[in-house]
Design a protein around this ligand. Structure first.
Ligand code: SF4
Length: 371
């Protein structure tokens, strides 16, 4: 779904048609771009051309989306599906003892090309085994039986695309019936449709003491309109955080990362983590070799002030998150493909590395074309 009047090059229009066919065939999310974000992509295309700019790559396919597959890609690397209790499929994911991920919606304000939950979300489009009320009831039953769970994280999909009425119903029932005090919402709506954050919405989030984690991935996703809505949230008293994936040819340069982190700091938004892109099917246009990921994080740490480098680097996997310091060595699989070995809590985690010869970094002058 592309906004009417969205001006894109002819070559991109053809790619959009081919991508939609591929998405249907291979279970990927279809193209969907909000009007607000489309305007930014248009501006970027006018300067750097189609297919290459960082915001373009977030929501539209480049030629590399069609050709590149590498060994080790799977549909669900981090194990979302295996961590859904059988009777709670499509309701929640329980991977860590003390927190649970609730899935109230499979919709987003725009679909990210790099989405690491693309197979799961596209699977669910059209199938709605439970109503929202039933999902909340099931979640509350689960919480009653699992007292060790201290936090409920609303994810999806993007919970902030739900109607204010539905969102309030969830928050109210969690508080009143479940006594839940730690509620976190992960959302990318701030960059796609910031107008969702009306005064009333901000007050509601503040009332239920929600921790709001934005997913801003590039500094050009921040503009005056976004700043205005961040201020509105702050004035209402909403605690705001951010986390984002390290994405090839979107933000894989230390200057892009620094610019984003400094901007977030100006806002009073604390960046919780920068995470490695998961090796899911068709993700290779965004993946980065481990060696380069580590080098980028080291450079960021050594060349930036404390309030920038305080962010964590995390790599998710079926056994839980690991960090840079958990890395032990590289090994070759039987098929010759390289894997990174991490040790965490007595477990060995094998992460399929991205081949260095395919890891073509983004150009600074393209990713920071406004400078
Ligand atoms: S907003 Fe999040 S869940 Fe939605 S498409 Fe983007 S990455 Fe995936």
């Amino acid at each position: 779904m592309i906004p009417r009047g969205f001006i894109i090059p002819e070559a991109t229009k053809k790619m959009v048609g081919s991508f939609d066919k591929m998405a249907k065939r291979d279970g990927l999310l279809p193209i969907k771009i909000s009007d607000f974000y489309a305007k930014k992509v248009e501006e970027e295309v006018r300067v750097v051309g189609g297919g290459v700019g960082p915001l373009y790559r977030c929501v539209l396919p480049g030629t590399d989306r069609f050709s590149s597959r590498v060994a080790g890609e799977v549909s669900d690397f981090i194990g979302d599906k295996v961590n859904m209790p059988e009777e709670l499929k499509d309701v929640l994911i329980w991977k860590y003892d003390d927190r649970v991920l609730f899935l109230p919606t499979d919709n987003c304000a725009s679909n990210c090309q790099y989405c690491f939950r693309t197979a799961y979300l596209s699977d669910r489009h059209g199938s709605k085994p439970f109503t929202l009320e039933e999902k909340v009831t099931k979640l509350l039953e689960f919480l009653r039986e699992h007292a060790q769970v201290e936090e409920v994280i609303l994810s999806g999909g993007d919970p902030m695309v739900m109607s204010p009425r539905d969102l309030e119903m969830i928050l109210r029932r969690l508080k009143e019936e479940g006594g839940v005090t730690n509620i976190r919402i992960h959302s990318r709506v701030l960059v796609y449709s910031p107008f969702v954050y009306t005064e009333a919405c901000c007050k509601m989030l503040a009332k239920y003491r929600v921790r709001l984690v934005h997913h801003i991935a590039h500094p050009y996703e921040i503009c005056d309109v976004v700043r205005e809505h961040v201020s509105r949230l702050r004035t209402a008293g909403v605690r705001q955080y951010n986390q984002f994936p390290l994405l090839r040819q979107v933000n894989d340069h230390v200057d892009v990362l620094k610019k984003l982190l400094l901007e977030l700091d100006e806002f009073g938004i604390r960046n919780l983590s920068i995470f490695a892109p998961d090796p899911v099917n068709f993700s290779s246009p965004f993946r980065i070799s481990l060696k380069r990921q580590f080098a980028l994080m080291d450079e960021l740490n050594w060349s930036s002030p404390a309030w920038v480098q305080a962010t964590r680097y995390a790599l998710d996997n079926p056994a839980g998150k690991v960090r840079r310091e958990d890395f032990v060595r590289f090994e070759k699989n039987m098929d010759g493909a390289q894997v990174g070995i991490f040790h965490r809590n007595g477990k060995e985690i094998r992460y399929p590395d991205f081949p260095e010869e395919l890891d073509i970094p983004g150009k600074r002058e393209v990713m920071l074309w406004k400078e």
